[in-house]
Every structure is written in C-alpha cells, then in structure tokens.
Design a protein around this ligand. Structure first.
Ligand code: CDP
Length: 199
C-alpha cells in the first residue's frame, strides 16, 4: 500500500509529536524533513555540496535541535539548489511501499501534492515559543523573536514557501493537549484510510 501523510506547519506547532504518534499508530515510516535542512547547515561549507553529500551520520550529529541550528537551517532552506538536492529522497520516502508520514514546510504543496492526507498544524506564535522555551530553555522573549523571525523567513522565501495546501486540514494546537491533537490527526488518517480501502 502506498499512502502518504503530509504534515506541514510553522516552527514548534506540534508537527513532530503528531507525526511520530501517527506513524507509530499505523505502522508507517516517519521522516522529519526539518532534520535534513538542520544537518545541511550543520555540515558547514557550501550548502549545496552538503545537501548533495548528506549521509545518515549527518542526521545523528549532536546539537541539531538547538535554536541556532533551526535558524541556520531556515537560511540554507531558502536556497533552491539545496531544496532540489533533497527533494528526490523525500519523494521516494513518501511513495515507498508501506505508508509514510513526512513533516516539514512544503510536503503537501511541493514534495508530495498527491498525498492521501494533508495536515496543516499550527498554533499562535506565543504558544509555540513557550513550547520551544520549555524544551530548550534560555530567554523566553528571545525564543519568541527567533520563532517569529524563522516563520517570516520560511513564509516569505521565493522557493517552496511555507503555506497551507488548499486541500489540507488545519489542526490548531493552541488550545489542544498533545493527546487531543494526536487523536484528531489519527481520526483524520483513519477516515481517509477507510475511504481508500472502499474505493
Ligand atoms: O521543529 P521545527 O518546526 O522548529 O523546525 P524543523 O521542522 O526542524 O525545520 C527547521 C527549518 O528547516 C525550518 O525553519 C525551515 O526553514 C526548514 N525546512 C524547510 O524549509 N522545509 C522542510 N520541509 C522542513 C524544514
């Protein structure tokens, strides 16, 4: 069975939690595509060459989850040749046998517009910054400023900007617990799987 769940949205909206839980629930493979961009930036040197040479060891590098690594990722992510170098791997992953969940910024719009389920996971900037601050610590106001600067860069770039696919379902997690957000996503995927089995 080929079945893709595309989960997009801004920084710290809850995409990772939802993606991991959906993948575990249905036995699908999961790809955190943000990690690819974080690893490209962390390799240093020419970002296009880094994207072309990316290896599994790069994805295991320590420090990839930091705020700084996120900011560096969004800078290299604006380079069209970096995105092109990472696209084929993501597309193959999305359409591999057995089902796949991919989370990122452009999965439902560019990488896999044919995805069977598209979710756009979002929350207010304040709620997202608070979550990231609880994860990483530091100064909360600075975390909010970094989250907002990254959103602006991701939404404003010319190539594959972050935006909701017209056929994506929105999950606003501002007032939802992680459990409630996961339950909504699982319900949407279950309904879509049931329909695809009947069809
Ligand atoms: O976890 P968080 O939402 O904070 O970030 P991430 O998903 O790890 O992504 C880090 C950065 O990589 C984003 O701010 C984007 O600039 C970039 N990215 C992208 O351009 N396209 C993707 N499919 C995934 C991430």
């Amino acid at each position: 069975m080929i079945f893709t769940v595309a989960i997009d949205g801004p920084a710290a909206a809850g995409k990772g939690t939802i993606s991991r839980a959906v993948a575990a629930h249905f036995g699908f493979a999961h790809l955190d595509t943000g990690l690819l961009y974080r690893a490209v930036a962390a390799r240093g040197g020419d970002p296009v060459a880094a994207a072309q040479a990316l290896s599994p060891e790069d994805l295991a590098r320590p420090g990839l989850r930091s705020l700084e690594a996120g900011a560096a990722a969004s800078r290299v992510a604006a380079i069209p040749a970096v995105r092109a170098a990472l696209a084929r791997f993501q597309r193959r992953f999305a359409r591999a046998e057995g089902g796949a969940v991919l989370d990122g910024r452009d999965i439902g719009t560019v990488i896999c517009p044919e995805a069977e389920v598209k979710l756009y996971v979002t929350a207010t900037p304040e709620v997202r910054a608070r979550r990231r601050w609880l994860e990483l610590g530091g100064d909360e106001a600075q975390v909010l400023a970094e989250v907002m600067a990254r959103d602006a860069r991701d939404m404003g770039r010319a190539t594959s900007p972050l935006r909701k696919a017209t056929d994506a379902e929105v999950i606003d997690t501002s007032d939802l617990s992680a459990e409630a957000a996961v339950a909504r996503a699982i319900g949407i995927v279950r309904d879509s799987l049931a329909k695809s089995r009947i069809a």
